[in-house]
Design a protein around this ligand. Structure first.
Ligand SMILES: [Zn+2]
Ligand SMILES: [Zn+2]
Length: 339
């Protein structure tokens, strides 16, 4: 499925076009992957609608691909043909800069994103540097593994960046693909911690309670007690202001969003320094994922085990999956089933 031009999905519900393209050949240090599944992510909407536009078009979107290695490029020695692997948002980084050397290759100036800067997983085949392909634990099916690769891995990174300690209170604002995977991670890693969830729809709130949230309310409600840290996974600004209000002194808000929408930006004018920021409250954003996030998270997910709810779609119905994602109110993760 090719993205040929940027568009607004509110008016154009078929941004992607089914096309026959040559099977990509793996270059030095790369492997070719015969793709089985690829999950659908909100970031694809950001790409299609130009908030994080691909540098060249056409491009094959998709950055949560699972499949089997089908060919090795020259010098690729880490994997074998037939190995089941996943490919995540981070496609490659320079390997030499201060960030790469520190294992923070997600911040590398030469960071390339799968399905944006290079062709991704809405296809039958792709290639990837072998260092950026991850073995998938046995316990997951191809359908279950795909949404773990982005939503799960970035949820894991967000949780790590909160600095949450056991018995502290965590808040989640927004309860989509990433947040619903964070809740079971918290229960496993921080069994004494409580999780409060802010979400606009009652359906999402009910789902949060079902997964063990101690409290679930609307975006503008107040949590039963002030929170040590909050992860925001929404595309909007109102939840940011509301989250800051719900933090306790010294608390940290981690914003897990690649881009924010402009529509409610005016609400930032309501930011009141004593109420929202004073007393050493912090704001930190999350950018991309490092390889370590993906490998550590897959291991944790297998331990739990964290089996995401999935909704499969055939590859050629990627546009329908994206439109439904844009309209919101989704439970679980949308996954394209390619073979
Ligand atoms: Zn994603
Ligand atoms: Zn680098």
């Amino acid at each position: 499925m090719l993205l040929n031009k940027l568009t607004d999905m509110q008016y154009d519900e078929t941004p992607l076009v089914l096309a026959d393209i040559p099977v990509p050949e793996p270059g030095p240090g790369e492997v070719q992957v015969e793709i089985s599944t690829c999950a659908v992510c909100h970031t694809e909407l950001d790409e299609i609608e130009g908030r994080t536009p691909p540098p060249r078009l056409p491009v094959v979107p998709g950055h949560q691909a699972v499949g089997r290695v089908s060919a090795l490029g020259p010098g690729a020695t880490r994997l074998r043909v037939g190995d089941r692997v996943g490919v995540a948002w981070i496609y490659s980084a320079c390997g030499q800069c201060e960030y790469c050397r520190a294992g923070e290759e997600n911040l590398c100036p030469e960071f390339r994103a799968t399905g944006r800067d290079v062709d991704g997983g809405y296809a039958e085949y792709m290639t990837v540097p072998e260092q950026f392909a991850y073995p998938i634990p046995e316990c997951f099916s191809d359908l279950q593994a795909a949404p773990l690769l982005c939503a799960g891995a970035i949820g894991y990174r967000s949780l790590h960046l909160t600095g949450l300690q056991d018995c502290q209170c965590l808040g989640l604002t927004g309860f989509g693909a990433s947040a619903h995977l964070v809740l079971p991670m918290v229960r496993r890693r921080f069994p004494g911690s409580s999780v409060s969830v802010f979400a606009r729809s009652e359906k999402e709130r009910a789902f949060a309670r079902e997964l063990g949230a101690v409290w679930a309310g609307d975006t503008t409600d107040s949590a039963p007690e002030p929170l040590h840290c909050i992860i925001d996974t929404t595309p909007a600004w109102t939840p940011v202001v509301e989250a800051l209000r719900n933090l306790r002194p010294g608390g940290r808000l981690v914003i897990n969003a690649i881009r924010k929408q402009e529509s409610d930006k005016a609400v930032l004018q309501q930011l009141d320094y004593p109420q929202h920021l004073w007393l050493e409250k912090e704001i930190k954003s999350v950018a991309n994922v490092a390889r370590r996030d993906v490998t550590d998270f897959l291991q944790l997910a297998a331990e739990i085990p964290l089996l995401p709810e999935v909704q499969p779609y055939p590859l050629e119905e990627a546009n329908r999956a994206l439109s439904e994602l844009k309209r919101g109110n989704v439970r679980g993760a949308k996954v394209l089933q390619i073979r």
